[in-house]
Design a protein around this ligand. Sequence first.
Ligand SMILES: NC(=O)c1ccc[n+]([C@@H]2O[C@H](COP(=O)([O-])OP(=O)(O)OC[C@H]3O[C@@H](n4cnc5c(N)ncnc54)[C@H](O)[C@@H]3O)[C@@H](O)[C@H]2O)c1
Ligand SMILES: O=C(O)[C@H](O)[C@H](O)COP(=O)(O)O
Length: 390
Amino acid sequence: MNKNLNIVADAHIWGVETAFSALPGFDVNLRIMENRDISKTGILKDTDILLTRSSTKVNASLLQGTGVRFAGTATIGDDHYDKAWLDANNITWANAAGSSTGSVIEYMTSVLLELHDSALINIADTTIGIIGVGRIGREMTKLCKALGMNVLLNDPPRARAESPDHFCSLDQILEQADIITLHTPLIRESRDCTVHLLNKQRLQRFRGHCIINAARGACIDNHALLHWLQSNPSHSAVLDCWENEPCPDQELIAHPGMAIATPHIAGHSLDGKAANTQYIYQALCHFLHIKPVWNMHEHLPAASMAYSVETNSNSWKNLHAASRYLYPIRNDDVVMTSWSNLNNSELTAAFANYRRHYPIRRAWKYSPVHFSCSDEQTLKLAHAIGIKVV
Ligand SMILES: NC(=O)c1ccc[n+]([C@@H]2O[C@H](COP(=O)([O-])OP(=O)(O)OC[C@H]3O[C@@H](n4cnc5c(N)ncnc54)[C@H](O)[C@@H]3O)[C@@H](O)[C@H]2O)c1
Ligand SMILES: O=C(O)[C@H](O)[C@H](O)COP(=O)(O)O
């Protein structure tokens, strides 16, 4: 006989209904809700399973006195989960670590090619400091090396657990890197705290000229970042993650040094969001001791026809043209920059709304590219950075 299972799930989990409405061996009562409603008093009283994205803070005040036995977030970052409290209260929790790494790397590839095209960096002459060398940071390292960049790595937890030989101190990065990119989790306490990892003092010591943050907004003191941009016209920043999302500092959005501004969508390729769901689905099946049957690939569109790039003798221009087709990052930047005159409530709504109705962006492996001439350097680099060349 089937057991009853009450699930509450955030409406913005991709494919939520197809994934969670039927689970072998259970009579599922799936309630799909806006995240603001999940936090209302009494909603989770008889709930067994809670599935969220990042907007729901999962902690004692949400779960105390409820029946929730499993809480899962269909996101990589899990700083909105009070994991110590969940562990202490025997509530199993899961995140979707690793699911949208590819989407973030495609975002970062577009960023680098866009910065190069606007002459803000010269990729092959650039030293990049990667702070946080986990799943995403490792893939970033491969990408940057493939592009011919000089790479410096900073990851104190890894340096302690492995060997310090492959890692630099944060001070070395501040002194030696031209650009810095952050890929750490948001850690609020412990010696590895990343809240305001880049603060006023560290920004003042940074000798390079560009800072990228697609990790979590609060890893950089955004007020100090604005001052840093104001202090020198050659300083620039690329932000996907902002302090006080979904209502970031308008002056920061509008500052001319803001080279690319996007509303926390680095992980939001269609395939990234589908993989978020797949990972959390697998974790739930593991918790329930059932065999997974839902497969995201049965619900994703087919790969597109090949896109033709008219090539010339400049490999970087060719790659940039391909990346602009694969992910036109400037579209996101133009939209976000247009919000700089909105009042706070309009900005909050615009930020949330754009993410909810984000245009479809496929993983690059499903969007083949044909280059009109067979320039060896273009093809070699294209392969190396994950473009599916046909
Ligand atoms: N913008 C987006 O859409 C998006 C999408 C996915 C993930 N993210 C963010 O990216 C973060 C990283 O993801 P991941 O999968 O690579 O995580 P991960 O856990 O695999 O890697 C994080 C790395 O950071 C290191 N680290 C911890 N504290 C540090 C410190 N103080 N200084 C330097 N390094 C430190 C860890 O040792 C680890 O190697 C996530 O936690 C999430 O917040 C953002
Ligand atoms: O950590 C992640 O997976 C991403 O930052 C993710 O995009 C955040 O989740 P969301 O705000 O889309 O729910």
